[in-house]
Design a protein around this ligand. Structure first.
Ligand SMILES: [Zn+2]
Length: 493
């Protein structure tokens, strides 16, 4: 406690402190009273920031020591619902589950906001090398993949090291063939390899289709060496016919590379069966819950993660953990009393196939113009190691206070800007302030979008550290005495 807070505490000053002061029977002379009132008027921002900081630190430490809400949420969701592919009946069950649980936890205004989206579902998937070295390979279809006939297709393979190499190849080298694209993604703490090395999955199918390939298989965008392929979305660009598109597990991609090398001049032929389907337009939705604030003019803080998942695992780290972390942190603020600003927690639908939930939330509510700060948790369940801010210069002191609250959790202040991810990015791009709590991604791409995305990959201690970080951030921001200013649109990338 500083001298300043001690003075405030002596006079029982909080909000409305002046009234208490004025009513206190005291021997104060009018002149002394005037001095005290002036002192009290000078105190509010300083004293309350200090008090809020102390409270935030206590809430942070309690979360770190003993939070069970996040674990219970992700354990319940992944056990009772399991996989939650966007736009399917499973995702609808997840929404109903979340509404029940959020209501039990005491949140206000719990609701589902539906939207329509095109839905793609997986079918049969198998592949084998027919010649010269016959053997089965393990793969899985990429989102929006086209289909082979039920009996599959057989064609010659042609391999490339990158999308650029495929682009540079003459169409005649690709036409009528199955394209294979390799890459060399390595684990990194910040997960930055996903952008660059994700190109074979994201752009490869469109480029291959335009060049006349009959199908494409890519090395999984993964950093493990298990025989688990990593799925993920891709979208065929204009004029590109939807060809069958799949990801080989990393060991199978390495095997195929060796097969192509040892085959020499002999053609390598693959038989491929992929029978996914576009099932048309179906309903998805965002689940929204609130901790109402006491000052409607102070703006809303919107946080969350995505409720949908890919269909191969149970969506524990992607992104059951993110919704669980943000729900648990908001719940701690709620239990500690009414915050100044409303906290809106959003469990987004249909993030994986292309951020449909984030776009829908923003389109539906943008005219309300009430969201002043956003943050998303969607990078697993390992510990937060860095915080990055996109706050207005006028809110530099708020950023400093939050960084100081996070430092005891081992969280560094990074040099970059926050972008609020896929789900809340639309608010950020429209100018809202944002804070990113970056999680350690070193092992994230070992499990991401595979059958191995299951609850046992979540470390309860690291999950609690996430809840502690989000709780500290929310406690400081929700009660911040200053205005949270728009940060301005980010520079175009
Ligand atoms: Zn995700």
């Amino acid at each position: 406690m500083t001298a300043v807070t001690r003075v405030a505490a002596t006079f029982g000053w909080k909000k409305g402190g002046l009234a208490i002061l004025a009513n206190t029977p005291s021997p104060a002379t009018p002149r002394r009273m005037k001095k005290l009132i002036l002192l009290a008027l000078a105190l509010p921002s300083l004293a309350s920031a200090q008090t809020i900081g102390d409270r935030a630190a206590a809430l942070r430490d309690a979360a770190l020591a003993s939070d069970t809400v996040a674990w219970d949420f992700v354990e319940g969701l992944t056990t009772e619902v399991g996989q939650r592919l966007a736009g399917t009946e499973a995702e609808a069950r997840a929404r109903a589950w979340a509404v029940r649980r959020l209501t039990e936890l005491g949140f206000s205004n719990v609701r589902i906001e539906t939207f329509d989206m095109p839905v793609w579902v997986r079918g049969e998937e198998s592949a084998e090398i027919v010649s010269p070295f016959p053997q089965r390979l393990v793969l899985t279809a990429l989102g929006n993949s086209g289909a082979t006939p039920a009996g599959g297709i057989e064609a010659e393979l042609v391999g490339f090291d990158s999308v650029a190499a495929l682009e540079a190849a003459p169409d005649s080298a690709v036409r009528g063939r199955i394209v294979f694209i390799d890459h060399n993604m390595m684990p990194t703490q910040d997960g930055s390899g996903y952008g660059q090395f994700g190109a074979p999955r994201r752009q490869g199918p469109t480029v291959a289709s335009r060049k006349g390939a009959v199908a494409i298989v890519v090395r999984s965008i993964g950093t493990d060496h298990h025989r688990n392929p990593h799925t993920g979305v891709q979208s065929f660009g204009q004029g590109a016919r939807p060809i069958p598109a799949a990801a080989l597990s990393v060991p199978d991609a390495e095997q195929l590379r060796r097969i192509l090398a040892r085959a020499g001049d002999r053609p390598v032929r693959m038989h491929l069966v992929l029978t996914p389907r576009q099932t048309g337009t179906h309903q998805s939705g965002n689940v929204v819950a609130e901790v109402p604030g006491s000052d409607p003019g102070a703006g809303v803080i919107a946080i969350g993660g995505h409720l949908d998942s890919w269909d191969l695992g149970t969506g524990a780290i992607d992104d059951g953990a993110g919704v669980a972390i943000t729900v648990a942190a908001a719940h701690r603020i709620m239990q500690a009393g009414r915050p100044r600003r409303t906290i809106r927690v959003v469990l987004f639908g249909a993030e994986e196939p292309g951020g449909f939930g984030g776009d829908s939330l923003f389109a539906r509510h943008r005219s309300e113009n009430d969201v002043v700060l956003v943050g998303e948790s969607d990078f697993g369940a390992d510990r937060v190691w860095r915080v990055e801010f996109s706050l207005a210069p006028a809110n530099a002191a708020l950023a400093d206070r939050i960084a100081a609250l996070l430092a005891p959790l081992g969280i560094l202040r990074g040099p970059g800007a926050a972008d609020a991810g896929t789900d809340l990015g639309p608010y950020r791009r429209a100018g809202a302030a944002a804070i990113d709590l970056n999680q350690d991604g070193t092992r994230y791409f070992d499990y991401h979008h595979t059958p191995d995305d299951t609850l046992d990959k979540i470390d309860p201690a690291q999950l609690r550290q996430n809840v502690a970080a989000w709780t500290a951030l929310l406690a400081a921001a929700a009660d911040a005495p200053e205005r949270i200013e728009p940060a301005g649109a980010p520079p175009a990338r």
